[in-house]
Write a protein that binds this ligand. Sequence first.
Ligand SMILES: Cc1cc2nc3c(=O)[nH]c(=O)nc-3n(C[C@H](O)[C@H](O)[C@H](O)COP(=O)(O)O)c2cc1C
Length: 182
Amino acid sequence: MSKKLIESKVTKLCRTRPCMIITTLHENGIINAGTFGAYTNVGPQEIAIAIGKSSHTYQNIKRTGEFVINIPHIENADTLEICAIKTPPTESELDHAGMTTEPATKINTPLIKECVANVECHYWKELDVGSHMLVIAKVICGHLEEQYLDIDGSIDVIKAQVPFGIRYPYPVYATLSNVTKV
Ligand SMILES: Cc1cc2nc3c(=O)[nH]c(=O)nc-3n(C[C@H](O)[C@H](O)[C@H](O)COP(=O)(O)O)c2cc1C
């Protein structure tokens, strides 16, 4: 079968990662939460995320030097949509989504309690990639619901039913199934 030539928004063909919610602190102490899918691990302690320069997330990370990556369960897919809506700094997206928080261990930014995993991060460096900044962070420590710990020490994304963003905008979220063990 012939393949269609795609020449616009080509990176949509490489959409292979679960979605995450990044929490940061506004200057007034209110928690900001944004949805992100353009990221990859670039080392054992390093993660790179493409973050819109005009986003609250980027501005808060630059001011505080820290943030938390929160990995939701598919049951909280609606939260991903709520956290993608620009909300004034006087309100928290998490209140709109009915999510609650708990303190982090090593930084000031709180974790989302209902998420299956949370990773505390320190800003390290960035690369200007146009409308977005590729923010590279050092991970400080993580929290994972024990039942979702895989034998290689990673999160079992199948068991934890983490949502992958299949379409944006016009959202569709899905979990992995049909596993092949070789
Ligand atoms: C599934 C999904 C994935 C997204 N991935 C990204 C991303 O990787 N980078 C980005 O800058 N925005 C991404 N967005 C858009 C942001 O969530 C949106 O701009 C949001 O308003 C940012 O929140 P903030 O201004 O509170 O930081 C994504 C949205 C959705 C729904």
